[in-house]
Ligand binder design. Structure first.
Ligand SMILES: [Zn+2]
Length: 238
């Protein structure tokens, strides 16, 4: 599995205008002072407290920095909606979403555009459905190709929209992925697929596991790093 390790979250809320902003509170034995930052999807704050600092003191700190929070919130990059004219990355290429109300072709890719026919109010949903379908077309053959190389059967492949993990594999050969991986570069997509397929052979992260994974994608480090740095950005689309 690739994803964020789960801990019981300590979440508070602060009110910014009429927006309730979640605050994730973390203790860090190594930090010497209180610090805060936005998570990368900008939908919550992360408040880090030194070991001995109380939560109450932390919340006081937030309230005394409310101006910073308000102005940062305003300057953060917005969600990347599926709208006419928006640029969408898809497996390493950028496409512009083009509304084509006159066409009666559903959704189709032509040159560098994702063309969407029909009424404008249906465009976001149609783009999302299209991306999910195309994600399946990109991911499923890759899974089978890798699995064939190690002679392991794949029982089921599913695509999901999970927040905390990019892929998972169960011991009975069921593999699932986040369809949002198609917004990442191709090497990242290949790495996550290779990782989960390798779990068909090794249900752990042992030396043997990494040997097999490396045979699929030699430069895993670049992809791992990319996911660490940019992974949460993939949740901003749509
Ligand atoms: Zn894993």
């Amino acid at each position: 599995m690739i994803g964020i390790k789960k801990k019981t979250p300590d979440i508070e809320k602060i009110l910014i205008g009429d927006i309730e902003l979640p605050v994730h509170i973390r203790k860090n034995a190594r930090s010497k002072r209180i610090s805060m930052r936005f998570n990368t999807t900008a939908d919550s704050l992360v408040l880090t407290l030194p070991k001995r600092t109380s939560k109450r003191k932390g919340m006081k700190f937030l309230n005394s920095n409310i101006n910073w929070i308000v102005s940062s919130l305003a300057s953060l990059p917005k969600r990347k909606e599926f709208i006419d004219g928006a640029i969408l990355p898809f497996i390493g290429n950028d496409y512009v979403i083009k509304h084509r109300p006159e066409a009666k072709r559903g959704v189709w890719i032509e040159n560098d555009a994702i063309n969407v026919s029909g009424q404008i109010e249906h465009l976001p949903r149609r783009v999302k459905d299209f991306i999910k379908k195309e994600a399946g077309k990109a991911i499923i053959p890759r899974v089978h190709a890798f699995a064939e190389q190690i002679g392991k059967p794949v029982n089921h492949i599913s695509l999901r929209d999970t927040r905390s993990r990019w892929g998972s594999c169960s011991s009975n050969g069921r593999i699932s992925f986040s369809w949002r991986l198609v917004f990442a570069p191709e090497h990242v997509l290949n790495y996550v697929i290779a990782h989960e397929v390798t779990h068909l052979a090794e249900m752990n992260h042992s030396q043997d596991f990494w040997e097999i994974a490396k045979s699929f994608v030699p430069d895993m480090e670049t992809s791992k790093q990319w996911l660490k740095t940019n992974g949460s950005q993939l949740h901003r689309y749509g």
